[in-house]
Write a protein that binds this ligand. Structure first.
Ligand SMILES: CC(C)(COP(=O)(O)OP(=O)(O)OC[C@H]1O[C@@H](n2cnc3c(N)ncnc32)[C@H](O)[C@@H]1OP(=O)(O)O)[C@@H](O)C(=O)NCCC(=O)NCCS
Length: 170
């Protein structure tokens, strides 16, 4: 699959509920790796996210191969201006389908998020990475994120001792 045939779908707060629910279903499938229990949990969270029961500005990016169908979703990433974190912009929930990793999709998703935030004239964006997650750390450092603290708060404002906080400044 060449990079020419990837398609990004970006869902924002203003999109229709139909588009949001389709996106929630596709993303929940991807995140659940075939587990029905995980699918239900992910779907419940993503439906709340898209219904704005979770407050704040949100951009949900999905990467599809070739065409926008549930079988073709290969990666997801969420951008959130979280009111639980002093309205900071955060990247979270990046996940590339297991069999689609190391093809550059994770990098493309983060680059797409940075492009969206740049167009919004955002000055900086933050991201938390678990300190055992070497692949994510390598990915974000290679794109210019800098470590800003060891330990951090998650996007809901809860302390995470095992994750580190990274910042990208435009
Ligand atoms: C982290 C993740 C999103 C990377 O996605 P990906 O599509 O495989 O990443 P890319 O192919 O774009 O890789 C970009 C760079 O990241 C780094 N990287 C990615 N996977 C890596 C691995 N397993 N080991 C070391 N470095 C890795 C490399 O620097 C790579 O560049 P290179 O291929 O030129 O060496 C993917 O592994 C994933 O979904 N992991 C599970 C979920 C997760 O950990 N999310 C992050 C929470 S912050």
């Amino acid at each position: 699959m060449s990079m020419d045939s990837i398609i990004f779908e970006v869902v924002t707060n203003r999109d229709s509920i139909t588009k949001k629910m389709e996106n929630a279903d596709d993303a929940a499938r991807l995140l659940s790796c075939g587990s029905k229990v995980a699918y239900q949990q992910n779907l419940e969270f993503l439906e709340k996210w898209h219904r704005d029961e979770i407050p704040g500005k949100k951009y949900t990016i999905s990467l599809y191969e070739d065409q926008v169908t549930s079988d073709n979703i290969a990666g997801v990433l969420r951008i959130w201006q979280s009111p639980y974190c002093d309205d900071k912009w955060l990247l979270e929930g990046i996940e590339v389908r297991y069999d689609k990793r190391r093809k550059g999709y994770g990098k493309k998703l983060v680059q797409k998020a940075l492009e969206i935030l740049k167009n919004l004239s955002v000055a900086e964006v933050y991201l938390n990475v678990n300190n055992t997650n070497n692949s994510s750390r390598a990915l974000v450092m290679s794109l210019g994120f800098k470590l800003c603290s060891e330990g951090c708060k998650n996007s809901f404002g809860h302390e995470l001792k095992t994750s580190n906080h990274y910042v990208y400044q435009f």
